[in-house]
Design a protein around this ligand. Structure first.
Ligand code: UD1
Length: 424
C-alpha cells in the first residue's frame, strides 16, 4: 500500500493550482449515461480511482467506453450486451455505485444492485440508502433485498409522482432526478439537496433534452421524456479540492492562484477563510489567496447541507483551526462518525476533544511529524495538510483513500513548494 512522506514545515507555498473536474458531479453524471440509447461525451473527468471504479461498473453493465485527452474525456455508448447487474466486487469500495439503480430501473425496468461501500463516516449507523429506496418505490419500483443485493423491478415505465424527501440527501436527490427522466408524466421532488454537483447533473441531463425545472429553492419538477439525445458535457470543477488548496495556502502563509473553479460556488468557505485572516481576491474562475501571518480563531463552524459549510471540508478546516490563535470548534451535522481523523491529528500534536457532535479545538498547535494512517478520503487530505506544517518527516499511510478523490495530489502540492513523495 502506498504512503506519502512529507517533510515539513513548508515555508514557501506559492504558485498556481489547476482544479480538476468534480469527482462527485462526475460520478452522478456517469451513472446518468445509463439512461441513453445514443452516445454521450463527458469531458473534464478527474483521473481518480472512484471514476475508474464507476467506469468499470458501466463497462460491466455493457457500456462501451472510449478514452480521449489523457482519459479526461470519455465517449460512452450503449451496446447490445447491456446488463442490469451491479456486482458487489465493483461497488464495494464506492458509495456512488448505488446511483446506477435508478437509471437501470428507469431504462430497463429491472436491476440487481449490490449495497454500496464507500467511506465509513456514520459510526454505527452505517450509510443507509432507505431514502433512495422509499422514494423509488413511490415511482413504482418494487424491490426485495437478498444476500446484500437489491433486486428491483418495475411494471414497465416508472410513473411520475410527488415525493417529499423526509431528510435532505445528495445521493437520494440524484437518484430520483435520474429515475424520473424517462418516467411517465410529471414528478415533483420536494426538499431536494441543492449541492452544485446536483445542479451539474441536471444541466447535463437538460443538455440531452430532459425536461427538468427547479420551481422552488429545493423543489425540482421533471416531466418524463421518451428518450435522451446525444450530448457532450464538461463536468464542473471540484469544490472540495478547491477548498483543500485554499486551506493549504491559509495554513502555510502561502500565496496561491487557484484556477478553473467558479468561486461563487464556495461563498461560505471563502467567508470563513476571510474571517480566519486570509487575503482573498476573486475573479472569473480564479481565486487568489494569501495566508495570514497569524490565523485567527472562530467560535464555531457547523457543517450543513449546501449552501452551508460542507462536511467534506471539515477535516481540512480542523487542521487550520489547530493553528489558529485561540480556541475554536466544529460541529458535524451530516455524518455522526466523522471524527476518525481526530485521533491521528492528535498523534501529530493536535489538542482536540470530542463532545457529542462537536470537536473542540485548541489553537496554537506546534505540529510535530509522526506516522499516521488515513481513515477516509477527506481525512487523508487533512493528514497531508497537517504534515505540511509539521516539523520533520510525516508518513501518511493508506493513501488509497486519497487516490479515490484527489487527482495528482502530490504533484500539485510539489509544484507549489511542498516536499512530498509517494512511497510505493
Ligand atoms: C454525498 C457525497 C459525500 C458528501 C455527502 C454530504 C457523493 C458521491 N458523495 O454523499 O461526499 O459527504 O453527499 O454532502 O456525492 N442518509 C440516510 N438515508 C439515505 C441517504 C442518506 O439516512 O438513504 C443520511 C446519511 O447517512 C447522512 C445524510 O443522510 O447522515 C446525508 O447523506 P447524503 O447527502 O445522502 O450523502 P451521500 O449522497 O452519501
Amino acid at each position: 500500500m502506498d504512503k506519502f512522506s512529507i517533510t515539513g514545515p513548508c515555508r514557501v507555498m506559492r504558485g498556481e493550482v489547476s482544479i480538476s473536474g468534480s469527482k462527485n458531479a462526475a460520478l452522478a453524471i456517469l451513472a446518468g449515461t445509463l439512461l441513453f440509447d445514443k452516445p454521450v461525451i463527458i469531458e473534464n473527468l478527474p483521473r481518480v480511482r472512484d471514476i475508474d471504479t464507476m467506469l468499470n461498473l458501466l463497462k460491466s453493465l455493457g457500456s462501451s467506453i472510449q478514452f480521449f485527452d489523457n482519459k479526461k474525456t470519455v465517449k460512452i455508448t450503449k451496446t447490445k450486451k447491456q446488463k442490469q447487474f451491479a456486482s458487489y466486487s465493483i461497488v464495494k469500495t464506492m458509495r456512488a455505485g448505488i446511483l446506477v439503480l435508478g437509471p437501470l430501473v428507469a431504462k430497463y425496468h429491472k436491476s440487481i444492485s449490490s449495497f454500496p461501500g464507500g467511506c465509513v463516516l456514520n459510526g454505527n449507523s452505517g450509510r443507509p440508502i432507505d431514502l433512495h429506496l422509499e422514494a423509488l418505490k413511490k415511482l413504482g419500483m418494487k424491490y426485495e433485498i437478498k444476500k446484500g443485493y437489491i433486486h428491483a423491478k418495475s411494471n414497465g415505465k416508472l410513473k411520475g409522482n410527488v415525493i417529499k424527501f423526509p431528510q435532505i440527501s445528495v445521493g437520494a436527490t440524484e437518484q430520483l432526478v435520474m429515475a424520473s427522466i424517462l418516467a411517465k408524466g410529471k414528478t415533483i421532488l420536494k426538499n431536494c439537496a441543492i449541492e452544485p454537483e446536483i445542479k451539474d447533473l441536471t444541466k447535463f441531463l437538460i443538455s440531452a433534452g430532459a425536461n427538468i425545472k427547479w420551481i422552488g429553492k429545493r423543489t425540482c419538477q421533471i416531466i418524463g421524456v421518451n428518450s435522451l439525445n446525444e450530448t457532450k458535457y464538461s463536468v464542473m470543477g471540484d469544490r472540495i479540492e478547491t477548498g483543500t488548496f485554499c486551506v493549504a495556502a491559509a495554513l502555510s502563509k502561502g500565496d496561491l492562484v487557484i484556477k478553473n473553479f467558479d468561486p461563487k460556488l464556495i461563498k461560505t468557505e471563502l467567508s470563513i477563510l476571510k474571517k480566519l485572516g486570509a487575503n482573498i481576491k476573486l475573479s472569473k474562475n480564479r481565486i487568489k489567496i494569501k495566508g495570514p501571518q497569524k490565523i485567527k480563531n472562530i467560535k464555531n463552524i457547523t457543517t450543513k447541507e449546501y449552501e452551508g459549510f460542507p462536511t467534506d471540508l471539515a477535516p481540512q478546516f480542523m487542521v487550520l483551526l489547530c493553528k489558529a490563535n485561540g480556541n475554536s470548534s466544529i460541529t458535524e451535522n451530516i455524518f455522526q462518525g466523522r471524527f476518525l481523523h481526530v485521533m491521528e491529528l492528535q498523534r501529530l500534536g493536535a489538542r482536540i476533544s470530542i463532545e457529542n457532535r462537536t470537536a473542540k479545538i485548541e489553537g496554537n498547535t506546534n505540529f510535530m511529524a509522526a506516522e499516521v494512517m488515513s481513515s477516509d478520503l477527506r481525512a487523508s487530505a487533512a493528514l497531508v495538510l497537517a504534515g505540511i506544517v509539521s516539523k520533520g518527516k510525516t508518513i501518511v499511510s493508506r493513501i488509497y483513500h486519497c487516490d479515490r478523490g484527489y487527482e495528482n495530489f502530490e504533484n500539485k502540492l510539489r509544484k507549489i513548494g511542498v516536499k512530498i513523495k509517494r512511497l510505493r
